[in-house]
Design a protein around this ligand. Structure first.
Ligand code: ATP
Ligand code: MG
Length: 385
């Protein structure tokens, strides 16, 4: 069996069934190509039956990448008698050199005739009779978990941690502004981990720049789709819009004006795709466009909330997370993204609302926003492919 534990912290009683429906659906989808698996719920856990499965380890590895999963472990199922538990424990320890071990028994229902302490003692003594080892409760080399359910008991070692968080789909849909950079893929993943389905929006400058940023973005979306199983990527032509901005907007104000146009266009596209908020990879003070003042100016142009999951993170922390996710290697590929086109060396770090309003008055904002939306093209991605 694969025994899946989930986080339910902070979940109100009434939401739990919905949360579980999302989690079960996502688990099924994550392993869809690995063969048929029966899935059921048992007191605070999900169970995937793998007796006949050709590759249980592959199922576990997929499951531990499903948001909402706290841990996943390949487990033996036995009837809830101490004798049956002992026979599995024997199989786990026999013929092994184990420096130290512990038994960690838990009862999912309290009417079982033995307490978990008694189970630990009986099974621990049983191990000591068979192998030359010792008990170490603090740092055992081998921890044998025993979970007693009403009708069955699960015995396992080495539970693999999952990402935790909430299952994708449980929190609604957001649109992530995805550049080819390091930060925005991490931000998108953070939103997935909080239960959001993410629609991706990328602004490119083809034909003013080569299509490398689109290729990188596709590779990033492909990687991130492994966490949400199907994705939509909206590609927005931005070069022509930037060219118009350059004609009238003085260099220091351009970055904020670009960003304000991006959030307006992304907001309109987000709505079309059922998203109710935007998300970006901004981190406070990381670059000139991400000062508190500029972030305020960007928010003023938005028509829906902009969520910035990385706002308090350092570049190093973000980079570490990008490495864990496997997006880092893609992000550092050389590329000329639209933000390198027509971008001044010294962007303003502080502009008032009136100053931005004055420069934007020279632009036909609604026409530019409509041009971005009309020129957008959509691509879809699926995992497992
Ligand atoms: P990243 O590493 O995500 O590119 P960054 O450190 O380069 O971020 P900025 O260039 O200021 O920072 O971009 C801030 C945010 O604006 C990005 O995290 C991303 O969400 C969004 N963004 C920037 N450029 C684009 C683009 N071409 N398409 C879509 N979103 C973009
Ligand atoms: Mg960038």
């Amino acid at each position: 069996m694969l025994l899946v534990h989930y986080h339910e912290l902070g979940l109100k009683r009434g939401n739990r069934p919905l949360f579980l429906r999302h989690l079960a659906r996502n688990l099924r989808q994550a392993i869809a190509d690995l063969g048929p698996v029966n899935l059921r719920q048992v007191s605070g856990r999900l169970l995937l039956e793998l007796d006949e499965h050709p590759d249980p380890a592959a199922v576990r590895d997929r499951a531990r990448r499903v948001c909402g999963v706290a841990s996943a472990a390949l487990a033996y199922r036995v009837v809830s008698t101490v004798e049956a538990m002992k026979s599995v424990v024997a199989e786990l320890v026999e013929g092994r050199r184990i420096e130290s071990f512990r038994i960690s028994a838990r009862r999912a229902f309290k009417t079982y005739p033995l307490t978990s302490v008694e189970l630990n003692r009986q099974l621990g003594a049983f191990v000591l009779e068979r192998v030359a080892t010792r008990v170490d409760l603090r740092q055992p080399e081998l921890e044998i978990h025993v979970e007693v359910m009403p009708a069955e008991t699960f015995v396992y070692v080495d539970p693999e941690p999952g990402p935790g968080g909430l299952p994708v789909g449980a929190s609604g849909t957001v649109a992530a502004l995805l550049s080819g950079g390091i930060d925005s893929p991490v931000a998108a993943w953070r939103m997935m981990k909080r239960g959001c389905r993410v629609v991706f929006v990328h602004f490119h400058s083809v034909p003013y720049l080569p299509p490398t940023s689109q290729a990188k973005t596709r590779a990033l979306v492909e990687r991130l789709t492994e966490w949400q199983y199907d994705s939509t990527l909206v590609l927005v032509p931005f070069g022509e819009i930037q060219r118009e901005v350059v004609l009238t907007v003085p260099p220091p104000a351009r970055v904020v004006v670009y960003r304000r146009l991006m959030v307006r266009i992304a907001g309109a596209l987000a709505r079309k795709h059922g998203a109710v908020a935007l998300t970006t990879g901004e981190s406070l003070g990381q670059v000139a466009s991400q000062t508190l003042s500029n972030i305020t100016r960007i928010d003023e142009a938005a028509t829906m909330p902009i969520l910035r999951p990385l706002i308090g993170m350092d570049k190093l922390e973000i980079t570490d997370e990008a490495r864990r996710l496997g997006t880092f290697e893609i992000s550092i590929e050389p590329d000329a993204d639209c933000c390198t086109l027509f971008v001044p060396k010294h962007p303003a770090t502080r502009m008032s609302e009136a100053e931005v309003g004055a420069v934007e008055a020279r632009l036909e904002i609604p026409r530019l926003v409509a041009a971005g939306c009309d020129g957008a093209s959509v691509e879809v991605f699926a995992f497992p492919a």
